[in-house]
Design a binder for this molecule. Sequence first.
Ligand code: AMP
Ligand code: TRP
Length: 349
Amino acid sequence: MKAPTHRVFSGVQPTGNLHLGNYLGAITRFVTLQDEFECIYCVVDLHAVTVWQDPADLARTTREVTAAFIACGIDPKKHIVFNQSQVVQHAELAWLFNCIARMGWLNRMTQFKEKAGKHKENASVGLFAYPNLMAADILAYRATHVPVGEDQKQHLELTRDIAQKFNIDYAKSIDSHGFGETYFPLPEPLIQGPATRVMSLRDGTKKMSKSDPSDYSRINLTDDADAVALKVRKAKTDPEPLPSEAEGLAKRPEAENLVGIYAALADTTKEEILRQFGGGQFSAFKQALADLAVERLGPIGAEMNRLVKDPAYIDQVLHDGAEKARLIAGPVLHDVKTIMGFVQPRLLK
Ligand code: AMP
Ligand code: TRP
């Protein structure tokens, strides 16, 4: 199959409340990339079960992320939106990559260390091999660009290492089957903008996260106006007024975070926000930030709530998306198995 020159892939786990970090770090980028590129957006439910997921919740959270994609402006008719477990090629390629990636590479992954914590022996094998499945997600489509938040940078580097090792280990076979010089592209991470790492509203040194026990640490996409305003008002700050220049934010993680959030929501830079609010107290700034957050997120939350009431529609979107995804991932897996030397049926040309 011919390799695409530009193809975007990204994934979001259905593991709880989608928040402002997911939105600014990833989903807004997903939306803008649609104008320029062919895009594939996946609800990564196989990744979710690397840690315990109650079967009573998994379908609901999968539909919620799908609803969020659509509510934020992703067009499932023009692009591909689906859930990972419906396209078997992800798991199949992940197995092959388990045999390409080295233990040493995975041992360096900081996300595993963070998620497994002190109980490494008790973590699932899936949690350890998680980055190989992520590489499979991307490379099953030979995707070239991957919009993600800062926290996924290391996983993207591993994806490139896997692609490169496959290309080198199988170079002779790739060439002899007429696939050209290499088979997999080395996908580029797209980590851009003023909010690639949105921090907790309670602690500016911790990432805003779905799993933080305090709901005040994050703004959820489905929070109503009162909840957003309250969370912004209660957000931790320091006693100094806001600086007039970006350098003045150094060593003030909470101030830096709120200014970054404002800039991202207003589609501008931190410098511009500080020109406006520098020298002032946090109270006025927070009021303006709350208003802006409500203005941007309110319609998204409302649309999400409307969409989740229609699970049949969401399931149809996921079904159609999976069909389109298989049309790409199926032939790629066929190529990969040919390259690796497995016996398999010949594709009808
Ligand atoms: P996850 O919720 O871990 O599946 O993340 C989905 C996407 O949101 C990924 O691209 C993450 O990098 C991004 N993301 C998650 N948390 C944050 C955050 N606090 N700031 C910026 N991006 C984030
Ligand atoms: N690991 C990503 C996260 O936790 C989710 C993910 C899975 C992903 N597969 C992917 C992101 C492929 C980009 C591309 O945020």
